[in-house]
Design a protein around this ligand. Sequence first.
Ligand code: 3HC
Ligand code: NAI
Length: 689
Amino acid sequence: MSNFVSVTRDGGVAVVSIDNPPVNALSFHVREPLMQALVALRDEPSVDAIVIACAGRTFVAGADITEFGKPVQQPDLRAIIAVLETIAKPTVAAIHGTALGGGLELALGCHFRVADAGARLGLPEVKLGLLPGGGGTVRLPRLVGAVKALRMIVSGSPIGADEAHAAGLVDAVFEGDLITHAVNFAREIARKGGPFTPVRDRNDGLGETDLVGFDAEAAELAKKARGLEAPIACAQAVRNAITLPFDEALAAERALFLKLVGGDQSRAQRYLFFAEREAAKIPGKDIARRKIARIGVIGAGTMGGGIAMAFANGGYPVTLLETSGEALERGLATIDKNYAVSVARGSLSEEAKRQRLGLFKGTTDYGDLADCDLIVEAVFEEMAVKKDVFGRLDAVARPGAILATNTSYLDVNEIAASTSRPQDVLGLHFFSPANVMKLLEIVRAEKTAPDALATVVELARRIGKVPVVVGVCHGFVGNRMLAARGAESEALLLEGATPSQIDRAFIDFGWPMGPFQMGDLAGLDIGWRNRKARGQTAVIADTLCEQGHFGQKTGSGFYLYENGSRIPVANPSVEALIRAKAAEKGIAPRTIGADEIIERTLYPLVNEGAKILEEKIAARASDIDVVWVNGYGFPVGKGGPMFWAGLEGVDKIVARLDHWHERTGKDIFRVTPLLRQMAVSGSWEGVAS
Ligand code: 3HC
Ligand code: NAI
C-alpha cells in the first residue's frame, strides 16, 4: 500500500486503485507500488479476480511525460504489463475519463476492459513525437484490427466508449457507478472460469490482414506526415504487429520508441505540450472569475460568424448583431451552411446541429446585448468604426460585462479609452476560420482588470482554444512577426527567386504552405489595403492587385488556379512581371538557394520574437512558440521559432543577421540586444527576466 496505489477487497475481487492527481500519470512513485500490488495479488489464493481502477477525474492518462529524457527507473510500464500477463485469474481495467497512451497500454495488459459510457480511449503518443512504447502498437491491432489501430495510433485521436466497444477494444460499457459494475463483471467472469487469454495471445483483430490494403493506407498517412518521423514510425510498428511474432514486434517497437524519445522532434513536441499549458497560466491564481452565461458577437462576417460558432460549439448561447436584416440573414445562413457541411462529413449529428443553431439569437438592436456577459466585436478594421461600436456598447452593456475586440492590428488601449470602463476592455484575437483554429491571442490592454483577463483565459480553454496572453503593439505577437517574416519576400523575388522556389523552401522546412501560397489563399487584397493605409508599397504584390489578381478567389495571384482549382500552378506572367520590375530597378537575377531563403525570412522572424520578449509583449519565449505553431503552421517538430532558434544555433543566426545587415543596411536584419545576449547565455528565460 502507498499513497498512490491502494488495494481494497470486495469478496474475492481485489480492486487496485491508482490515485496520482491530476491525471493519474504512471510516475515512478505509482509504478513501484503498482507492481508490488499486482505480484502480491497474483500469488494470493483468496483473490479470484483483479480490477484496476483510478481515483479522481480520469483513468491513467499516460506515462509521466516529465520523466522522458531522464534515465528510466524500474519497474517500467513494460515490466508491469509483463507481470499482468502472468496472472491466471481474470484482470479487468475499469476505465473512466480518459485512458490514454501508457494508460490504455496498461489496460491492454489486462484480460478485459470495461468503460464508463463517457470514457475516451486513445494512443496520443504521436502528438508528442513518439509511438506507444508500452506494447500499444502490438496489442491494439490484435483487438481492433490493423487498419483501425493504424488510424488511431497515427492520428493520436481518442475514440469514445461505444466506438471502442463496437471495435472490440472494450468488453462492456456501463452507466452509473463504474467500480461496482466492474467488480460484478469481474466476479461473474471468474465464476464462469478460465482460461483467460492475454491480449498478446489473441488474434481476433488481426486475422487475415490484407497487407496490400494496409500498406496503401499507411502510404496515404505518410504523405501527410510532413517531415515528422513519429507517424512513419507508428505505421511501421503496427505493420510489424502483422508481419512479426509478438515478441519480435514488441522489441522493434521498443527500439523505435527509444530512437524517437531521444530525438529533437519529440523534444520539441513535449516542450510544446507543457508550453501550451504554461501559456494559460497567468499571475493571480486566486482571482475570482466573472460569470459568463451569454455571449454577444458584433458583426456576422468572416470572423464574427466563426467566433459565434466557436462559442456555440462550447455550449454558450450567442446574440449575434449586424447592421441590417440582410447582413444578419447572410451571416446566419453561412453559419447554417457550415454546420450542414459538418453533418455531411459525418463529424456532427443532425441533433447536435439543431441544438447548436438553437443557441443563436440574431438582432440589429444594440439593446439586445444588455444581458450579455461578454461581447466580442468583429466589425471592419477601422478605428472610427470600432470606436463607434464601443461607444454604443458602453451605453447598453451591463456593468462588469467584458468588452472585447477582434482587431488584427489596431491599438486596444485607444479602443478601451473610447469607453467609460477601460478595465473591462481587452482584445480577443481569433484566427480564421475562428471555429476551427485553436489559437486565441488575448490582448491585455493597459487598464484591463486582472479578473477580466483571468475569466477569458479560462473561457478560452473551456471552448477548446489555446490562449496566449499578449500585450498591445501593432499586430500583437503573431501578425507582427509575420510582417518580419515577409519583409524580404519581394527582395528575394527581385533578386532572382521565384514564388515557387520560396514556397518550396518553406514546405521542405515543414510548413504546410509557403508565404505566396498563403497570400493567395487569404487574398492579396487584404495586405494591399493594409499597406495603402500605412503608406507602404510592395511592388510585385501591389501590381498584381492593381490588375485584379487577388489570389485563389480571382483565379490568379502569385499562382494560377484554373477552373476553381485550389492547386497552385506556376504563373509565367508573374515571373515575367518580376523580371521586368527587377530590370527597371537594375537588379540582375542570380540563383538563390534554400539556405538563403530561410536566413532572410526565418532569422528576422526569430529576431522580431526576441524584440517582442524585450518589450514584454509576450511573457515567455514559449508563448511565442505556442502562437506560431497553433496560429501560423510553424512545424511542430521544430517547436516554434524560439525553440528552433536553439536547435539552429542562436550564434549562427546572429552572425548571419549581422552579415545581411552589413550587406543591405536593412533594419529587418539589425540584431536586437536580447538575441545577441541569448547567443551567449543559451537561454531565453534567463535573459528575458
Ligand atoms: N505526464 C505528466 N503530466 C501530465 C500528463 C502526463 N502524461 N498529462 C497531463 N499532465 C499534467 C499537465 O501538464 C497539467 O499540469 P499543470 O496543471 O501543472 O499545468 C495537468 O496534468 C493537467 O493537464 P491538463 O491541463 O491537460 O488537463 P485537462 O483536463 O485539460 O486534460 C488530459 C487532461 C486529456 C489527460 C491531457 O492532460 C492530456 O492529453 N495529457 C497527455 C496525455 C498523453 O499524451 N499521454 C501519453 C503520454 S506518453 C506515453 O504514455 C508513452 C507510453 O506509450 C510509454
Ligand atoms: P468582414 O468584412 O467579413 O465582416 C465584418 C462584418 O461586420 C460585416 O458583416 C459588416 O456588415 C459588419 N459590420 C460593420 N460595421 C458594423 C457595425 N457598426 N455594427 C455591426 N456590424 C458591423 O470582416 P472580417 O474579416 O470578419 O474582419 C472583422 C474583424 O476581424 C476585423 O477587425 C479584422 O481585422 C479582424 N480579423 C480578421 C481576420 C481574417 O482572417 N479575416 C483574422 C483575425 C481578425
